[in-house]
Design a protein. Structure first.
Ligand code: ZN
Length: 434
C-alpha cells in the first residue's frame, strides 16, 4: 500500500512539474513500482534484459506494463508489479492477458516444483508449466478438484491441456498426465482416472449411456466404484472394470428398448402404474403427461391419450393381429414383438386428436395435437421416440403420436444439441431390425 501511495504521489509530482515548467532540461524521473521491480530482478543484467518499450498505463483496473527483451513487468494497484516471461507468458497471452479470465499475475513465476516445473498465480487461477507438458492454465472448479488431489504432486500430475469447454450440457474438461477432470453445471468437477476412466471411455464419455460422473472414485480394500448420471462403474483387482448402465435396467427412467434391446426380464411389469384418463403410465411419467394434456387443452388444443402401458400378453396379441393383417415384415415396422415394446416400460404413451383425425397415421404430424406435441412435449420430459427419417436407427416408421418420457434433462439436451433419437443421445448402435 505504501508503495502505491508513493507511486501516485510521484506521478502527481511529475505531472505538476510537467504542467508548471517550460524548462528544456528533463524533469527528474519518478521511480515507479515497475522500475523498482526491474531493479530487484537484476535490471538490464537480469533475465528481462533491456527495456523495449516505455511504461504503458491505462490497462484494466488501472494497470501498467513495460516490455523488455526477455518479457514484461505488469503492475496493477491490486496485484503489485510482477514479472511475466517465457512459456507461462505465452499462455497468459493466449487467454487475453489481464483482460482474460486469469486477470493480473499476483506473484512471480515460482520454479523448482515436481519434474522441474514452474507456476505463476493469477487473480483467476494459475498457469502451470513443466518441460513435459508445457504451460497450461488452471482455474475455477476444475482447479479446485485438482487441488483435492495435491496439484502436480498428486496422482493427476500436470495438466496436459487447457480447459476444453462446449461439451454436452455446458460441460468442460481438462486432461492431466494421470487422467482428467470433468465438470458440468449439473454434476460439478469430478476426477476420472485409471481403469474406470478407460471403461467410461468405452461408453463414449459424457456422450454415452452413462453421462457425466457425479462422484469421484470411491475405494475400499475390495475395489473402487464411481457413480455416473446413469449408472456405475466398479473395479476390483481380480475382476477389472464392470459397467452397470441404467439403460439396461427395465425399471430405470433411462431404459432403452429397441429391436436389439429386449426388456429384461421380458415379462417386466412396472411397479407404480397410475391411470391418466384410462391409460396407465409409471407415476413420474403420468404426472408429467397429465400436465402436458392440461396445458395443451388450456391453449385450445384438443388431445387425448390413446394407448399407454401394455403388458407382455397384450403386446403378444396386438403383434399377432398385425402379422395376420399385414404380414410379418410390415408388422415389424409398425409394431413391436412382445418384450421389445416401449409401451411395456410404462414410459410411452400414444396420443390422438379427440375426433380421431389421422389416428396412428403419419398425417397426425399435421394436426393440431400432433403439431402441439412436436413443439412442446420436450418441456414435459417427453420425446417423439420414432422421428421422421430415422427408421434405420429406431427400426420403426415415423410415429408422431408416440411419446416417450425420458425426463426434462434429456428431452432438453436432445433438443438443444439436435439429437434425433435416444440411440443418438446414448451413443448406442442403430437397431433397424431384430
Ligand atoms: Zn406407441
Amino acid at each position: 500500500m505504501r508503495r502505491i501511495v508513493a507511486y501516485l504521489l510521484a506521478m502527481l509530482t511529475c505531472a505538476l512539474l510537467l504542467a508548471g515548467t517550460v524548462v528544456a532540461a528533463p524533469a527528474a524521473q519518478a521511480v515507479t513500482p515497475i522500475e523498482t521491480r526491474y531493479a530487484q530482478l537484476g535490471g538490464a543484467g537480469g533475465r528481462l534484459g533491456a527495456a523495449t518499450s516505455a511504461e504503458v498505463c491505462g490497462l484494466r483496473a488501472g494497470g501498467c506494463y513495460r516490455n523488455y527483451q526477455g518479457g514484461a513487468i505488469v503492475w496493477s494497484p491490486a496485484t503489485g508489479a510482477q514479472p511475466s516471461w517465457g512459456a507461462i507468458r505465452q499462455t497468459w497471452r493466449l487467454f487475453g492477458f489481464e483482460n482474460g479470465g486469469l486477470g493480473y499475475p499476483t506473484g512471480p513465476e515460482v520454479c523448482g516444483i515436481r519434474d522441474n516445473g514452474c507456476y505463476q498465480n493469477f487473480q483467476g487461477g494459475a498457469i502451470v508449466w513443466s518441460p513435459a507438458t508445457g504451460a497450461r492454465a488452471t482455474g475455477g472448479s476444475i482447479r479446485g478438484a485438482w487441488a483435492r488431489t495435491g496439484y502436480e504432486a498428486g496422482g493427476l500430475g500436470y495438466p496436459t491441456t487447457n480447459e476444453v469447454c462446449g461439451l454436452r450440457g455446458g460441460g468442460c474438461y481438462q486432461n492431466y498426465q494421470g487422467g482428467a477432470i470433468i465438470w458440468s453445471p449439473a454434476t460439478g468437477a469430478r476426477i476420472s482416472v485409471g481403469a474406470i476412466r478407460a471403461a467410461w471411455a468405452s461408453t463414449h464419455f459424457e456422450n454415452g449411456a452413462l453421462g457425466y460422473p457425479v462422484t469421484d472414485e470411491s475405494c475400499t480394500a475390495s475395489g473402487c466404484d464411481q457413480r455416473f448420471q446413469r449408472g456405475v462403474i466398479s473395479w476390483s483387482p481380480g475382476g477389472g472394470a464392470r459397467i452397470a448402465r441404467d439403460i439396461d435396467v427395465a425399471a430405470s427412467l433411462f431404459v432403452v428398448v429397441n429391436k436389439r434391446r429386449q426388456l429384461n426380464p421380458a415379462r417386466y411389469v412396472p411397479e407404480s402404474l397410475v391411470g391418466v384418463e384410462g391409460h396407465l403410465l409409471r407415476r413420474d411419467a403420468a404426472e408429467k403427461f397429465a400436465r402436458l394434456l392440461a396445458d395443451a387443452r388450456a391453449s385450445g388444443i384438443g388431445m387425448v391419450p390413446v394407448s399407454g402401458y401394455r403388458s407382455y400378453d397384450t403386446q403378444t396379441s396386438l403383434y399377432a393381429s398385425y402379422v395376420n393383417q399385414y404380414g410379418r415384415d410390415t408388422a415389424d415396422l409398425i409394431s413391436a414383438r412382445p418384450g421389445f415394446s416401449e409401451h411395456q416400460t410404462g414410459l410411452a404413451i400414444d396420443i390422438g386428436n379427440p375426433n380421431g383425425a389421422c389416428g396412428l397415421q403419419e398425417c397426425f404430424a399435421g394436426t393440431p395435437a400432433g403439431d402441439w406435441a412436436a413443439r412442446n412435449a420436450w418441456r414435459y420430459g417427453f420425446i417423439i421416440r420414432y422421428p421422421q427419417g430415422f427408421t434405420s436407427v429406431t427400426g420403426y416408421s415415423y410415429e408422431p403420436w408416440h411419446l416417450r418420457y425420458v425426463g426434462i434433462t434429456i428431452s432438453s439436451e436432445m433438443r438443444l444439441h439436435g439429437l434425433p433419437t435416444l440411440e443418438h443421445y446414448m451413443s448406442l448402435p442403430a437397431a433397424p431390425s431384430y
